[in-house]
Design a protein around this ligand. Structure first.
Ligand code: GAF
Length: 389
């Protein structure tokens, strides 16, 4: 479903559930990160794009005061949030992403209106495409629409990130919420996570496409591995005497190697190399140097697999299949994307070869793992929008 169809669909769901038409419709996209993995919480660079997959909400002011009623139109579940007091964690689990954002608005002194809401998402859950950030940013956009007060998009991303930290328990960086709030059609976003300055990188060459390959192995970032990686990076920076790994050169790391465990050293080596690769990839994309960008993607994957140890057998299988198809078959590069431990890969491919590559990866992945992958290509989409209201 494209955004227009999705918007009509959620309006219909709202109508069926609440017996009237919605006043507001808002949406926020998921993302795929082209390169720059596990660099955001190290003050580094990331290069994501918003995808044509969305969390979407239809809403209207509620007759009953003091609460937000939410109807999950896909799983046919309901949640109620009492907004007469500071919002806290609650159930069902998915409502915490919404609760966290509402709490963030309350903390900023916003009086939350009573609302009836219907929502759904076409961002696969736990697929490493930022389904949670999409839901958070979508909620923040609904708050803006319903209160009539827009907030600065950077502030909005930070509010959504805080919701993820406090209500979902994931100490994530800023990338996912940022791209969902600030994505631009036809562009990747080169984000400096230290200064929060962004540069739009046009991605409109019709001869190439980005293919997302979902391994359909679920990833769960709250499992502790993510927080552990983050702590290891901080330990490495501390041992070197730097504020963050952003400030450390490969030479400095080598010199300080004896001051840290071998594991912490490898974590730092990934981050330092990945920050450099991300800057080079942005240059490569601007120059349409697709083979160069592809090689950086392969190098990123190897580093995430061997040094950062956040890949898994299924993600590695996809990258191996892509490498086998190779340049001659139309694949420039491929890597895991997102937090890791499952989820998706992203491949840079020749547009003319997309169909053949899709079939080949799906068949070989099934043969290797016994699992059906889901593949789709997406153009870079726009960030969060108020569609109606
Ligand atoms: C997850 C996090 F939410 C991001 O902040 C980022 O760290 C990513 O993993 C890894 O690059 O998506």
């Amino acid at each position: 479903m494209n955004l227009q169809e999705l918007s009509a669909h959620i309006a219909g769901e709202f109508q069926k559930h609440y017996g009237r038409a919605p006043r507001w419709i808002v949406a926020a996209p998921g993302r795929v990160n082209v390169i720059g993995e596990h660099t955001d919480y190290n003050d580094g660079f990331v290069l994501p794009m918003a995808i044509e997959r969305y969390a979407i909400m239809a809403a209207d002011a509620a007759a009953a005061p003091g609460k937000i009623s939410i109807y999950d139109a896909h799983f046919k579940e309901n949640a109620t949030i009492d907004v007469t007091a500071p919002v806290t964690k609650g159930s069902p689990k998915w409502s915490n992403y919404i609760r966290g954002v509402v709490a963030g608005f309350q903390r900023r002194g916003v009086t939350i209106p009573a609302l009836d809401v219907a929502f759904m998402s076409t961002v696969p859950l736990g697929g490493g495409l930022s389904s949670s950030a999409a839901l958070e940013v979508c909620t923040a956009t609904l708050m803006e629409a319903a209160t009539g007060k827009a907030i600065d998009p950077v502030e909005k991303a930070l509010l959504a990130q805080q919701a993820e930290h406090e209500f979902a328990g994931v100490p994530c960086g800023i990338m996912d919420q940022f791209i969902s709030a600030l994505g631009r059609e036809g562009h990747l976003l080169l984000l400096d996570c230290r200064t929060r300055k962004t540069e739009l990188v046009p991605m409109s060459d019709p001869s190439v496409a980005l293919l997302v390959i979902n391994t359909n192995v679920k990833h769960e970032l709250s499992g502790g591995e993510y927080a552990e990686r983050r702590a290891q990076c901080e330990e490495a920076a501390r041992n070197i005497g730097a504020k963050s790994l952003r400030d450390v050169s490969p030479e400095q790391l080598e010199k300080a190697k004896g001051k840290m465990t071998e594991v912490v050293y490898r974590r730092a080596r990934h981050v330092i190399g990945e920050i450099e690769r991300t800057v080079h990839a942005a240059e490569g994309i601007r120059a349409s140097n697709w083979p160069g960008v592809g090689n950086l993607m392969y190098a990123s994957h190897a580093s995430l697999r061997d040094d950062y140890e956040v890949s898994c057998a299924e993600l590695d299988a996809v990258v191996e299949i892509a490498e086998d198809i190779g340049y001659k078959g139309g694949v420039y590069g491929c890597r895991m994307t997102g937090g890791g431990f499952g989820g998706c890969c992203v491949a840079l491919v020749k547009a003319a070869a997309v169909d053949g590559i899709t079939k080949k990866i799906a068949a070989d992945y099934k043969a290797k793992t016994g699992i059906e992958a889901t593949l789709y290509s997406s153009r870079p989409a726009a960030g969060a929008t108020i569609i109606q209201g």
